[in-house]
Design a protein around this ligand. Structure first.
Ligand code: G6P
Length: 444
């Protein structure tokens, strides 16, 4: 059997040891021969630190995976089998701006939701579309697995404007929810199944099963009242749900839904935390420094547990399970971002959705859920419209399209505030938004 070539773009990320650990664990069924870690010149130092740790990890595990470090993306992509993308255009400094600027206007500052999500998309989509173009030329048979946020909007852009079809958007939230549900019920995760449907960072568990028995109501009861381990992620404050609301909702909301159903409380929480420790970008910056200090240690040859303080825990399980299931045609069920193709009735067939899929060698096959419950359907459709308009703005660099995207986002209170935030954020991020340089808005 020929060994596989996996390429990770944004390979200098502090998350890479997760991925390496996942590949090592699965080596018997997923024979990766070459892992190429690619980064940009600004990321070279980190790439070397992470790359050397990756080399020590495979040596310690005794698996024959060759780790290659490069700044030459085209060289890496040639004849790849799987390409994963985990890029942060503008690095954490840009994330800090995405989080700080909206807060000045009394709006949630978050990297994948509201104005921050819009701008992360505007910066990221053109770069990912370039990667897709290069893949079409250099590795047309590979799969592109994108983790770069906002993963739903990026998948939407790839499906609408990309020159490459074998595209899957991936997030750790569904797998994280399953792990946490298992912890809440005090059982092993493999006994839990969740019917996931919605969008990235706006996904719902329509039903939760324990050994095949529907335990949704029992679980929703556990989500409120006494503090449970909580269905949240490390990067999302765990404000308690209103018990009667959760009961009435009847489906399991992903933790990002707190920004929509608890907007005021989440805003107040952000404003309080920012004063003490800065935004999440600043917290993560410190965590990263700590992690890279550990990674530099030549005696470290496994993934350090400190990595679990990041919101993206279980990425490796999500990514490696997906690659393993495609390669081995496992036909198991995983929640990923793919073309809807009728799986969720009220979302356009050609749009990206996050939904349970059967994972085959031919890619993910979405499982039809019928429709979303009426109380959440409208919000999901509104976010889908936002993602579509935002993706169009990212591709065209059109100011008015960007203004529309900003204004229709449900976390933005008015057209006037939308315009002021848009103008300030376009200015703040101009170095990473070349597509907007041509368009003038002085006539507004
Ligand atoms: C969650 C999300 C990811 C996101 C991460 C941020 O897990 O699902 O999409 O990247 O949190 O974590 P961080 O530690 O960077 O705040």
């Amino acid at each position: 059997m020929r060994g596989l070539k996996v390429v990770t773009i944004g390979g200098g990320s502090s998350y890479t040891p997760e991925l390496v650990e996942g590949l090592i664990k699965r080596y018997d069924t997923l024979p990766v021969r070459d892992l190429w870690l690619v980064d940009i010149p600004e990321g070279e130092e980190k790439l070397n630190i992470v790359g050397n740790l990756a080399k020590r990890m495979v040596a310690k595990a005794g698996v024959p995976i060759d780790i290659h470090l490069t700044l030459d993306r085209r060289e890496a992509l040639k004849d790849a089998d799987f390409v994963t993308t985990q890029i942060r255009v503008g690095l954490l400094k840009a994330r800090a701006k995405d989080e700080h600027i909206p807060l000045k206007y009394g709006v949630i500052g978050q990297e994948t939701n509201g104005p921050g999500g819009l701008f992360k998309g505007l910066r990221t989509i053109p770069v990912i579309l370039d990667i897709a173009r290069e893949m079409n030329e250099l590795c047309p048979n590979a799969w592109l697995i994108n983790f770069s946020n906002p993963a739903g909007m990026v998948t939407e852009a790839l499906l609408r404007y990309g020159e490459f079809d074998k595209v899957i958007g991936l997030c750790n939230i569904p797998i994280g929810m399953r792990m946490r549900v298992a912890r809440m019920l005090d059982v092993e995760a493999h006994r839990i199944c969740i019917d996931f449907a919605g969008l990235n960072h706006m996904v719902f568990g329509l039903n939760v099963y324990l050994d095949g028995e529907n335990v949704t109501e029992r679980l929703l009861a556990l989500m409120v009242g006494e503090k449970t381990p909580g269905l949240t992620a490390k990067n999302i404050p765990d404000i308690e749900w209103e018990p009667e609301f959760i009961k009435a909702l009847g489906v399991l909301p992903c933790p990002y839904l707190k920004y929509y159903f608890q907007t005021d409380e989440m805003l107040r929480e952000q404003q309080a935390v920012v004063k003490e420790q800065g935004t999440r970008a600043e917290v993560v910056q410190k965590l990263e420094e700590e992690l890279f200090e550990l990674y530099k240690n030549p005696d470290l040859d496994t993934k350090p547990p400190q990595l679990e303080k990041r919101g993206g825990a279980y990425y490796s399980d999500a990514a490696c399970s997906l690659i393993d299931s495609i390669f081995n045609d496992r036909r198991d069920i995983q929640a990923v971002n793919v073309r809807n193709s009728g799986a969720i009735a009220s979302i356009p067939a050609e749009s990206a959705v996050e939904v349970n899929c059967v994972i085959t060698r031919d890619g993910p096959k979405p499982i039809a859920v019928g429709d979303l419950p009426v109380p959440v359907r409208g919000l999901v459709q509104q976010i889908k419209s936002f993602e579509r308009v935002a993706a169009e703005a990212a591709v065209t660099g059109d100011y008015h399209t960007a203004l529309l995207a900003m204004t229709i986002n449900p976390l933005v209170p008015s057209d006037a505030i939308a315009k002021r935030m848009l103008d300030e954020m376009l200015e703040a991020h101009q170095a990473y938004l070349p597509q907007f340089r041509q368009s003038s808005h002085s006539d507004i």
